[in-house]
Design a protein around this ligand. Structure first.
Ligand code: HEC
Ligand code: HEC
Ligand code: HEC
Ligand code: HEC
Ligand code: HEC
Length: 249
């Protein structure tokens, strides 16, 4: 119920803000001004874009439904998710010095992101489409196809989104769905206070994608929860700057 109320009030705010500020997009602080507004590519007039994503006329519906229908994520902060649960054959991050306990496959909270970013589920596969939408069903194009053109080269112009497709083999990615337990690496990690590590949320004590990312705001690019200038995001948890990058292919 709580999540539903939050959703409703966010929705009201999003609608009250009126037309998206084109000049700010995709670096705005509300989700309609970010790359997570899928009505934007869906209505892009370039012929290359025709039919790749359906325009459901609403921003949130690609990820949420206001009615507690098909959501497969339950519990605190449950965001009434409106997408199928992705279920690829995942390989989890593997790093030589790792000591903390990592789930054998992605946790449900991280699967929310993977339902678009692992390239197995079509971007417009909303389970409940809005009642006022009477057009055809999902075009079902997956994110790997977007990256094929939006990679900084020809033929596509626009934004370079190389790297947005995280393959199900995630051995080189940053550990996630991992129980944050600094006592297993004394001196190398900072203490957490419950489900909070320096302002970043843990989910049941675990690091998930949304620990570092806030999928509704580009206040900091890459949907980060805070700026990473001078490794400042990394240093919220690590006591010294890590040498390897956080996502790698
Ligand atoms: C691209 C997908 C996506 C879109 C679009 C999106 N969200 Fe979310 N939302 C998520 C994910 C993933 C989570 C879970 C991560 C978390 O808890 O921070 C979430 C969590 C939430 C939560 C609960 C967590 C919290 O911070 O309280 C609310 C409320 C919410 N979204 C509202 C909205 C509204 C309203 C819109 C449209 C204006 C919207 N979202 C658009 C992906 C999306
Ligand atoms: C509904 C599908 C969908 C969901 C769910 C989703 N994303 Fe995305 N995300 C996209 C698309 C589409 C893009 C833009 C890239 C493209 O069009 O190829 C994108 C872009 C991004 C980018 C790059 C932004 C930039 O500045 O270049 C990041 C980072 C990202 N997403 C993280 C996340 C995280 C973390 C979650 C979960 C909390 C999430 N996304 C959930 C569809 C989604
Ligand atoms: C066949 C190549 C091709 C594919 C595949 C493709 N696009 Fe595009 N896209 C383009 C071209 C060309 C433009 C127009 C570029 C411009 O106006 O600068 C464009 C424009 C866009 C824009 C608006 C312009 C910008 O970059 O800000 C978005 C957003 C976008 N595409 C997202 C996507 C998403 C999401 C997908 C995957 C579902 C996708 N594209 C797949 C070629 C492609
Ligand atoms: C420990 C923090 C952290 C976690 C956990 C994390 N990310 Fe990221 N992510 C980042 C940072 C920082 C960037 C900015 C670019 C970089 O440094 O690689 C980023 C960039 C991205 C990008 C943009 C493309 C790229 O490679 O630059 C996507 C997409 C993305 N993250 C998705 C995810 C998803 C999905 C998950 C969960 C499976 C996740 N992230 C978990 C910190 C994190
Ligand atoms: C939310 C806390 C958190 C943040 C923020 C964070 N990390 Fe980590 N990082 C961890 C945890 C936990 C591990 C796994 C430790 C283990 O299993 O022993 C880890 C492991 C790593 C590893 C694997 C090698 C090792 O020492 O285990 C690298 C590389 C890494 N992080 C880089 C980064 C980078 C780069 C950033 C900033 C972009 C970052 N991390 C941000 C918590 C975090």
């Amino acid at each position: 119920m709580w999540a539903l109320r939050r959703l409703a009030s966010w929705l009201a705010t999003a609608m009250a803000s009126g037309a998206p500020l084109a000049a700010q997009w995709p670096n705005g602080i509300t989700v309609d001004q970010t790359p997570h507004n899928l009505t934007r590519p869906a209505s892009n007039p370039n012929p290359e874009m025709a039919g790749r994503i359906r325009n459901y006329g609403e921003v949130c519906v690609y990820c949420h439904t206001p009615h507690a229908g098909p959501s497969w994520l339950v519990g605190p902060r449950s965001p009434l998710f409106n997408r199928p649960r992705p279920n690829a054959s995942y390989r989890m991050p593997a790093h030589s010095g790792s000591q903390m306990i990592q789930d054998p496959s992605p946790g449900e909270r991280s699967r929310l992101c993977l339902s678009c970013h692992d390239g197995t589920v079509g971007l417009d596969r909303a389970i409940n489409r809005p009642n006022h939408y009477l057009g055809p069903g999902p075009a079902n194009q997956t994110i790997d196809a977007c990256e094929g053109c939006h990679n900084g080269g020809s033929p596509a112009g626009g934004i370079n989104w190389e790297g947005v497709w995280l393959r199900p083999d995630m051995r080189k990615q940053h550990p996630f769905s991992v129980l944050y337990d600094p006592s297993r690496r004394p001196g190398q990690f900072r203490p957490a206070a419950g489900n909070d590590i320096g302002g970043l949320p843990l989910f049941g004590g675990k690091i998930e994608c949304a620990t570092c990312h806030e999928p509704h705001s580009q206040q900091y690019r890459y949907f980060l929860r805070r700026s990473n200038v001078g490794n400042s995001l990394c240093l919220v948890c690590h006591t010294s700057p890590p040498s390897d990058p956080v996502h790698e292919r």
